[in-house]
Design a protein around this ligand. Structure first.
Ligand code: AMP
Length: 346
């Protein structure tokens, strides 16, 4: 696309710029970004659109740089109301769950604002907190915890911010909140339902005895599923709880044995931490056969494309033909894999 439109002379000049800057890795991709910028200019793109594109790109760079040193540290994002006061039991719950996950070696990502965001950052402590704040017309700056070690990046747009709040995390905890929190929660559900994001644990956490999420659950079960606008199992993957311990187990336990997945054509490869036994694979087939569009769940060596990408080659693998829309089923299968006797212990 872009490659074909720009003149060869301009492409040569861009190549010279990249040589001078010493950019060699992933050069085609960097080239494409520069070409797109030139083409946006050539197109006479509207000034506001140019501002959006340029701010998005430079803020993404800032955010990637903030996150890059922590690539190998597991991260959980905590969402929740910006309005929760420090004496509120929900504030304490958010602080406690963040502290418990930090004690297990997790970093806690938040929107860097007040309320639940501040509580979670405090619970994790400055060293294990990352904040992605938003510049709002009427809001104060990022909370003190994420500011302390400059673990914060400020974004102009919600869409780039949401990308960073979601992209690097291996678990999500939503505490009660308003439009912002619900928007973030539904974004998570949509990304997973459509397969745009890999499966990750999602916990809706309340204060002890709290019933905030039960209305949503009722709405999903009594209205959304019967109307046919979601599949009945789509919400099963979400844990609703008022217990910090349960929330932590749901997040860490999701990754006990399951490590990652990859679609190769219509085959789904599950990468595990421990190799399952023949008897365990037989039992998985017995239990999950109805999720398969054909064939059986089988042990496999890395597939050709995985080998050429050097994609987690050391891990044991299972391969299956999963019914495309069975996202709830995939979560149940991951849960079963994590519960195998051969799975690593905590
Ligand atoms: P709400 O539930 O409407 O209070 O919105 C909270 C969610 O929206 C948080 O998880 C944030 O990501 C975002 N948000 C809303 N207000 C702010 C704020 N003042 N600072 C940072 N993030 C905010």
């Amino acid at each position: 696309m872009t490659d074909e439109i720009l003149s060869p002379a301009l492409r040569a000049e861009i190549n010279t710029v990249l040589d001078d800057a010493g950019v060699h890795a992933d050069r085609r991709l960097v080239m494409r970004m520069l070409q797109t910028a030139v083409l946006l200019g050539e197109d006479g793109t509207d000034r506001l659109d140019l501002k959006i594109a340029s701010a998005a790109l430079s803020e993404m760079r800032d955010a990637f740089r903030l996150f890059a040193p922590y690539r190998d540290v597991p991260k959980v994002t905590v969402f929740g109301s910006a309005r929760t006061a420090p004496k509120d039991p929900l504030y304490i719950q958010a602080r406690d769950v963040a502290a418990a996950l930090a004690a297990e070696g997790w970093m806690v990502v938040t929107g860097a604002g007040p309320g639940i965001m501040q509580a979670a950052a405090e619970g994790a402590g400055p060293a294990l907190s990352l904040g992605v704040s938003i510049r709002l017309p009427f809001e104060e700056k990022a909370n003190a915890t994420v500011n302390e070690q400059e673990h914060v990046v400020a974004m102009k747009y919600f869409f780039t911010r949401k990308l960073m709040l979601i992209k690097e995390s291996s678990g999500f905890i939503c505490l009660p909140g308003g439009f912002g929190t619900l928007d973030e929660m539904f974004e998570l559900l949509t990304l997973q339902q459509t397969g745009k994001a890999e499966p990750t644990p999602i916990v809706l956490l309340d204060q002890p005895g709290g019933r905030f999420w039960r209305g949503l659950e009722r709405f999903v079960q009594q209205d959304l599923a019967p109307a046919g606008v979601i599949s009945p199992g789509d919400f099963d993957r979400v844990l609703i709880t008022d217990s910090v311990d349960e929330a932590v187990s749901a997040i860490t336990g999701f990754w006990r044995n399951y490590a990652s997945l990859r679609w190769v054509g219509d085959r789904l490869v599950l990468r595990l931490r421990s190799a399952p036994t023949d008897a365990e694979i037989a039992a998985l087939n017995e239990r999950f056969g109805d999720l398969l569009s054909r064939g059986r769940i089988e042990r496999t060596e890395p597939l050709a494309i995985e080998v050429s990408d050097k994609d987690e080659l050391e891990r044991p693998r299972l391969v299956l033909h999963l019914e495309q829309r069975s996202v709830g089923g995939l979560f149940r299968l991951i849960g079963a894999v994590n519960a195998l006797a051969s799975a690593p212990k905590d």
